[in-house]
Design a protein around this ligand. Structure first.
Ligand SMILES: Cc1ncc(COP(=O)(O)O)c(C=O)c1O
Length: 422
């Protein structure tokens, strides 16, 4: 089709492409995963302006709902518009001025992301490293904090790249003892594994929707306490165009991002409603509905469903003669790493056939694990028996086509048994 300008001159041909019609998929990678149908529906309701009283009511409700999801009484609980790393970046850039020290507990790809973001901010980044497939002991963390005296200690709870879950209950109190702020990236673990913002003394944390919350990528729920808010407000600077007499600024160094400035975002999400960005209304509807679904099921029940699904999947994979990756004591309840057996020459071909022939997406791997493991997610809406069984049955067939013959039906039988044992 060609379009014309107002004088009738033919312009470049326009290719309109087809209407969107994505093939049905079962998303069993490390995220994103299938959306709760209610979340999809919530995204199709009409938007409103961000200062419409009904919409600010929805904003307040979203804050209230995420306090329960994060298990906190923190006033400052809201959304960052952007994918999960937008939440990470907002927390770190708002806390850390150039030259200030951050200690990263690095046990996978997303620990490296924390280091990368810290370096871009100009922070002085130091890290301790745990071999991939393991996590840190509290004593090692305490020794590093005592040595480096950081302003901020940053870690992932669950790092999807290694499928490991860092225990956190003891890390918060250690940070308090050494007067450091604790930041946790709980993107991949929230709502599928226990997470206790207040009880574990986590000062500031951020997530994303596209893992156990079963929403679309593009919104990052965060929460932070008074300690973190004080550190951030100390750096508060108000845009000249919206500054009014009587507004108080901090005297610390300015936060080096406008979009991710949590000091300004607190004013935007508070009754002051001081203008900042235009809220991503459809994403807020999605985030609000994700929280409603999760809380309606109950956090404990939801975590138990994740534990059950991953236990059944793991039982099935092991019955097929496959070896699981990583320290068994510290696996996340929502993603499983499985070694590619030596009989399989091309792990990517297996993933391709799972997708093309069965419509099931499973995950590849990063860094030192490339070509060594696949990662299979059982999270959010996907973490249920029918999907575990579909995945195992398809996997057995695809592995056989690629030269690895698992005992016929063993995976399915073991998964059934695991479910029946509950
Ligand atoms: C632990 C963790 N942190 C951060 C991210 C980054 O999320 P996003 O791609 O939404 O920015 C991911 C994504 O897989 C993750 O697993």
């Amino acid at each position: 089709m060609a379009t014309r300008d107002i004088k009738g001159k033919t312009l470049l041909p326009v290719e309109l492409f087809d209407e969107l019609d994505p093939a049905p998929r079962l998303l069993m990678g490390p995220g994103p995963v299938d959306l709760y149908p209610r979340v999809l529906r919530a995204m199709s309701v009409p938007i409103q302006g961000q200062f419409d009283p009904q919409f600010t009511g929805y904003m307040n409700q979203t804050m209230a709902l995420y306090r329960h999801v994060f298990r906190t009484t923190n006033e400052w609980t809201f959304l960052i518009d952007g994918s999960a790393r937008a939440g990470i970046e907002a927390c770190l850039v708002s806390l850390l001025a150039p030259g200030e020290r951050m200690l990263v507990l690095n046990f996978g790809r997303f620990g490296h992301l924390l280091i990368e973001i810290g370096n871009r901010i100009g922070a002085e980044v130091v890290s301790i490293e745990a071999p991939w497939g393991t996590v840190f002991e509290p004593a090692a963390v305490e020794a590093a904090i005592a040595k480096h005296k950081p302003k901020v200690v940053a870690t992932c709870q669950g790092d999807t790249s290694t499928t490991m879950l860092q225990p956190l209950a003891e890390i918060g109190p250690i940070c308090r003892r050494h007067d450091a702020l604790l930041y946790v990236d709980c993107t991949a673990s929230l709502a599928g594994n226990p997470f206790e913002t207040d009880a574990w003394q986590i000062d500031i944390t951020s997530a994303g929707l596209q893992k156990c919350l079963s929403g679309p990528p593009g919104s990052a729920p965060i929460t932070f306490n008074g300690r973190a808010a004080d550190a951030i407000n100390h750096r508060k600077h108000i845009e000249a165009g919206i500054k009014a007499p009587g507004m108080v600024e901090g005297n610390g160094p300015i936060i080096r991002s406008n979009y991710f400035d949590l000091a300004m975002l607190m004013d935007y999400w508070s009754p002051k409603r001081l203008n900042h960005h235009t809220e991503a209304a459809s994403m807020l509807y999605a985030a609000r509905e994700c929280a409603r679904v999760v809380l309606e099921e109950g956090i404990e029940a939801g975590v138990a469903r994740h534990v059950e699904a991953s236990a059944a999947l793991r039982a099935g994979l092991e019955a097929m003669g496959l070896a699981l990756y990583g320290d068994a004591r510290h696996r996340m309840a929502n993603v499983t790493g499985v070694y590619i057996p030596k009989e399989i020459k091309d792990g990517e071909r297996v993933r391709g056939q799972m997708l093309e022939d069965f419509g099931i997406e499973i995950g590849t791997s990063f860094g030192p694990l490339v070509g060594k493991i696949w990662r299979i997610g059982t999270m959010g809406h996907v973490a249920r028996m029918a999907n575990v069984l579909r995945c195992l049955a398809s996997f057995e067939a695809v592995l056989r086509r690629n030269g690895y013959a698992a005992p016929a039906g063993a995976g399915i039988d073991a998964a059934y048994k695991a479910y029946e044992a509950d």
